[in-house]
Design a protein around this ligand. Structure first.
Ligand code: IVH
Length: 672
């Protein structure tokens, strides 16, 4: 093997081990040791090495989670042991009855220990490991036969592609682990925001969105969604050397499989009661949806003796929370305009208390949903509330109609500005086409002022509405021209709060490039993409000068996102808006995340280098905070001309870009 390839093999091996270890620290132990940026850098380095040395490819490499091209359909998987469901208990009494049944069945009077767990509201799956390698994953299906979703499960970082060796010694060659795939509340909001931006229908709740993500024929789509996996059971515990469920969970963690940290061992039913109450009390604050508590007999010996009945085990029960649903009446349906101009039908409801919160509005999502569910003004409907999610209407009851109900029609003019409303072909959403629609401006201002953008506290809905209504603010830059006198004339605005607001607006001028970019409401550009843009360009002027091809070089920016960004900056109004922000004194600074002396500098390589591969040269530039371009443009700072440099060299000369010989390049990067 040539020397270079040999050292690459060693580096690839150690990077894979390191990355898997960091996955384990992050997902299983919840104790990350390095910042995300460092993790990303390792991942990128591994990707580059693997691309340069295809002979080192390994399907269990952590890079192999990006998803594969679409498939025709899902194969069927026969579960070797049926995937059971759980009996439900709806009250403390029914849970006590569960224990009483166990005692009668076993004729057992001694103590019974349990494990209490959250009942995760997701999609049940099975993972099969052979000799420690993840070989197949499937959905529950009807319990006997599920669908083969291996390619999609591979994209989930909390699903180890290889089990940790230390603990798998002496275990059966084939392990069938079961668990729940879920989306956190935050992940759900992200997925739905993406759906809206793409003009595709929103998901009703995190469970539907998880199911939709797992059943993607194109696993690249799954890879783009922040779904997670928690392990909670196994097809068979034979050969695992554990005698309790609690030990089984511990074994899972040792193997690198993620389990829910909320699991508790309870010495008695009383402890289970306390767990249930504590869990219900903090349900709203949990990062993901749960719909109850699962109570499992801890002893595997008792579990074995109890066995199962009617496709559910006698040793476990799902103690459900009160459903957060209620029947109510649709008083009206009105069109609501959002920040991107999307018009959503909203149902005004007869107020109902659902799980402690008064619900008086529900999103109907889009016209297809309104028609599919046949929801009319005056209808009695079933409404559900899930976590922080906007309540939604599950169904109508057409059989209860009196004949006075009316259908809702989407207006052809924007309810706010009268602008033309259109439904783009292939989209489910209607949008207001007026670029100056005040509602879009209000939404844009609120987003601009948001925590992850310019972070201007105090710009609430009512104030922003007034600022736009009165014409005090006509675009984002208008915020920076507000004056005290005009502000104090607004409703509910005293001099003190006006001064405070102005001070906060002033302070926001000193910001960072990613915040500014995030604040501009560019389609498909959220926090993460804004950071990637900032890392790549380092300077707002370079962003403004970017060519569509430059954008495609950025990690995580695909053609659709690149197009949206290019379209945004091609629009003169948007460019002027950025200019006005800069003229008003907004100063977006940028410190490249990895720091380094080449920060913000862009290199282009042409021709071969004598001392190292192109990939290695690129890695060195990136380690020093620079970026590498693949085509010549005025955004390139240096062209490194190797042997037999081609046509790019001439073009670069014509543009007056600085040339570096290989030697000068090596002097610059040293042995980074
Ligand atoms: S144990 C036979 N534990 O609830 C026991 N299930 O109807 C098998 N679920 O589809 C499952 N959280 O996927 C178990 N902590 C948990 C769970 C859980 C959610 C799901 C499970 C199954 C359904 C039971």
């Amino acid at each position: 093997m040539p020397r270079q390839a040999k050292s690459a093999a060693a580096e690839v091996r150690s990077l894979r081990e390191e990355i898997e270890r960091h996955n384990y620290l992050y997902y299983v132990l919840d104790r990350p040791e390095i910042p995300d940026s460092e993790y990303d850098a390792k991942m990128r380095r591994l990707q580059k090495l693997e691309a340069a040395h295809p002979q080192l490819a390994d399907p269990a490499s952590p890079t192999q989670r990006v998803g594969a091209a679409p498939r025709e359909g899902f194969g069927k998987v026969l579960h070797s042991v049926p995937m059971l469901s759980l009996d439900n208990a709806m009250s403390r009494e029914e849970t006590a009855e569960f224990e009483a049944r166990i005692r009668r069945f076993l004729n057992h009077t001694g103590p019974i220990a349990y494990v209490a767990e959250h009942k995760l509201d997701g999609v049940a799956v099975e993972l099969v490991y052979e000799k420690g390698l993840f070989v197949q994953g499937s959905t529950r299906g009807d319990g006997t036969t599920g669908e083969d979703v291996t390619a999609n499960l591979r994209t989930i970082r909390s699903v180890p592609l290889r089990l940790r060796a230390a603990r798998s010694r002496g275990l059966p060659e084939r392990l069938e682990i079961r668990g729940e795939v879920i989306l956190s509340k935050r992940g759900f909001a992200q997925v739905n925001a993406q759906q809206v931006e793409r003009g595709e229908p929103e998901f009703m709740n995190p469970r539907n969105a998880t199911g939709g993500s797992l059943r993607q024929l194109d696993s690249r789509v799954t890879a783009s969604r922040p779904i997670e996996m928690f392990c909670h059971s196994s097809a068979s515990l034979e050969g695992l050397h554990v005698s309790t469920h609690w030990e089984f969970l511990d074994l899972c963690r040792g193997l690198g499989l993620r389990t829910d940290r909320a699991n508790r061992r309870c010495a008695s039913l009383d402890e289970v009661f306390a767990y249930y109450e504590a869990t219900e009390a903090k349900r709203e604050e949990l990062p993901h949806e749960i719909d109850g508590v699962v109570v499992k007999v801890d002893s595997l010996e008792l579990q074995r003796r109890l066995g199962e009945r009617d496709r559910s085990p006698r040793w476990a029960i799902a103690w459900k929370f009160k459903p957060r649903q209620a029947a109510t009446r649709v008083l009206d349906i009105w069109p609501s305009v959002g920040r991107t101009g999307v018009i959503t039908p909203i149902a005004a409801l007869e107020p109902r208390n659902i799980g402690g919160v008064t619900v008086s509005n529900a999103s109907l999502h889009n016209m297809d949903e309104v028609e599919r569910k046949d929801i009319r003004i005056g209808d009695e409907v079933l409404v559900e509330r899930a976590g922080d999610v906007i309540p939604y209407v599950l169904r109508s009851f057409p059989e209860k109609r009196t004949g006075k109900e009316r259908k809702f029609h989407m207006p052809s003019a924007c309810p706010r500005c009268g602008g033309r409303v259109r439904r783009e072909p292939g989209e489910v959403y209607y949008r207001c086409l007026n670029v100056a629609c005040p509602t879009k401006l209000e939404g844009g201002i609120k987003h601009f002022a948001g925590k992850h953008a310019m972070d201007i506290d105090g710009l609430g809905d009512k104030l922003v509405h007034q600022l736009v209504e009165t014409g005090l603010v006509k675009d984002l830059a208008g915020l920076y021209h507000l004056e005290l006198d005009a502000l104090v004339d607004l409703e509910r605005m005293g001099e003190k709060s006006a001064r405070n607001l102005l001070a906060r607006i002033e302070r926001s001028k000193q910001t960072t490039l990613d915040r500014l970019l995030n604040g501009l409401s560019i389609r498909h550009v959220g926090e993460a993409t804004a950071k990637a843009l900032a890392d790549h360009f380092g300077d707002i002027e370079k962003v403004l000068a970017a060519e569509p091809d430059d954008l495609l070089e950025i990690r995580d920016v695909g053609p659709e996102v690149a197009r949206a960004i290019a379209e945004f900056f091609a629009e003169p109004r948007n460019r002027q808006q950025v200019r006005r922000l800069l003229d008003a004194g907004v100063r977006p600074a940028w410190q490249p995340r990895r720091g380094g002396k080449l920060a913000g500098k862009r290199f282009l390589f042409t021709g071969g280098l004598a001392a190292m591969s192109r990939h290695e040269a690129q890695a060195r530039v990136e380690r020093l905070g620079g970026a590498v371009a693949t085509s010549v443009s005025k955004n390139v700072d240096f062209v490194v001309a190797g042997e037999e440099a081609g046509s790019k060299l001439k073009k670069a000369r014509d543009l007056g870009i600085e040339m570096l010989s290989e030697q000068r390049f090596l002097d610059l990067v040293g042995d980074a």
